[in-house]
Design a protein around this ligand. Structure first.
Ligand SMILES: NC(=O)c1ccc[n+]([C@@H]2O[C@H](COP(=O)([O-])OP(=O)(O)OC[C@H]3O[C@@H](n4cnc5c(N)ncnc54)[C@H](OP(=O)(O)O)[C@@H]3O)[C@@H](O)[C@H]2O)c1
Length: 249
C-alpha cells in the first residue's frame, strides 16, 4: 500500500479523466487532495463532495484556468493561505485540438499553447516556489506518447507535449538540489473524454496498434503517477515514464 498520508497534493484538471482517477488514488492513499478545473460549471464542487464521501478524507476544490496566468497565481496564493505548503503537483490540465498542418492557425496554436505549455510551466514555477520553502516535493507533468513519436493531424498538440518533456528535464536539473523531483508520464491511448471525441475508425486503428490490444484506462495512468508522487520514487527525477500498453517499445 503506497501512502501519501497528510501530503498536500494539487491535481490540475481533475474533475474528469486521468486527473480524476489520480485524485481518487491520492485520496485513498491518505493525501489532502486539491481538485481543480476551470470553473464551477464543470461540477468541481460536486466532484469534491463525491470524492470526500467515497474516501472519508477531506477533499478541497479550487477553480483556476490553466490558460490564465493571473488565475494560476491566485490559486497558489490560496494554497499558501490554507496549507502553508505543497507536497505534490500533478500538472495534468491539457487540451487536444487536432488539425492537419495546412489547417493550423495562429489562434489554434495559441489556444493549445496557453494551457498545455505556458499554463503547465507557470504551475511548475509556482509549485516549485512553494515546495522550495519545505525543501521537498514531487512534480509530475503530463506529456504524451504523441510528444515522443508524433501522430498525423497533431503537430500542435504533439509539439506542446514534446515541450513538456523539455521543461521536465530542465526543471529536474534545476530543482534536484532542493530535493524537488520532477518527472513526466507519457500516456498512450487512454479511454477518456479527450479520446472519445476521436473519429471511431481512427480510434479502432490506434487500438489495433497497441501491443496489449486495448486502450488504457485513466486508472492505469494514475497508478504510475501515484508511484512517482510517493516515497517509492524518492531517488527518481528527470524521467519520462511511458504508460502505453506497449504502443512504443
Ligand atoms: N486521454 C489520453 O489518451 C491522453 C494521452 C496522453 C496524454 N494525455 C494528457 O493527460 C491529461 C489529461 O487528459 P484527459 O484525457 O484526462 O482529459 P479530459 O478527460 O479531457 O479531462 C480534462 C480535465 O482538465 C480540465 N481542464 C480542461 N481545460 C482546463 C484548463 N484550461 N484549466 C484547468 N482545467 C482544465 C477539465 O475540466 P473542465 O473542462 O471543467 O475545466 C477536466 O477535468 C492532458 O494533459 C492530456 O494531454 C491524455
Amino acid at each position: 500500500m503506497i501512502s501519501l498520508e497528510g501530503r498536500v497534493c494539487l491535481v490540475t484538471g481533475s474533475t474528469r479523466g486521468i486527473g480524476w482517477a489520480t485524485a481518487a488514488k491520492f485520496a485513498s492513499a491518505g493525501a489532502r487532495v486539491i481538485l481543480n478545473a476551470r470553473g464551477a460549471d464543470g461540477g468541481l464542487e460536486e466532484r469534491r463532495a463525491e470524492l470526500e464521501a467515497a474516501t472519508g478524507r477531506e477533499v478541497y476544490a479550487l477553480a483556476a484556468d490553466a490558460g490564465d496566468p493571473r488565475q494560476i497565481k491566485a490559486l497558489y496564493g490560496q494554497i499558501f493561505e490554507t496549507f502553508r505548503k505543497l507536497d505534490v503537483l500533478v500538472n495534468n490540465a491539457g487540451v487536444m485540438r487536432d488539425a492537419r498542418l495546412g489547417m493550423v492557425t495562429p489562434e489554434l496554436v495559441a489556444s493549445v499553447w496557453s494551457v498545455n505549455v505556458t499554463g503547465a510551466l507557470l504551475h511548475l514555477q509556482e509549485a516549485s516556489r512553494l515546495m522550495s520553502r519545505g525543501k521537498s516535493g514531487s512534480i509530475i507533468n503530463l506529456s504524451s506518447i504523441i510528444g515522443r513519436v508524433g501522430f498525423a493531424g497533431q503537430t500542435v498538440y504533439g509539439a506542446s507535449k514534446a515541450a513538456i518533456i523539455g521543461m521536465t528535464l530542465a526543471a529536474a536539473k534545476e530543482l534536484a538540489a532542493k530535493n524537488i523531483r520532477v518527472n513526466a508520464v507519457a500516456p498512450g491511448f487512454i479511454d477518456t473524454d479527450l479520446t472519445r471525441a476521436l473519429d471511431p475508425a481512427k480510434r479502432d486503428a490506434v487500438i489495433h496498434s497497441i501491443g496489449m490490444g486495448r486502450a488504457g484506462s485513466a486508472d492505469d495512468v494514475a497508478g504510475g503517477i501515484l508511484f512517482l508522487a510517493s516515497d517509492l520514487a524518492s531517488y527518481v527525477t528527470g524521467q519520462i515514464l511511458g504508460i502505453d500498453g506497449g504502443m512504443v517499445v
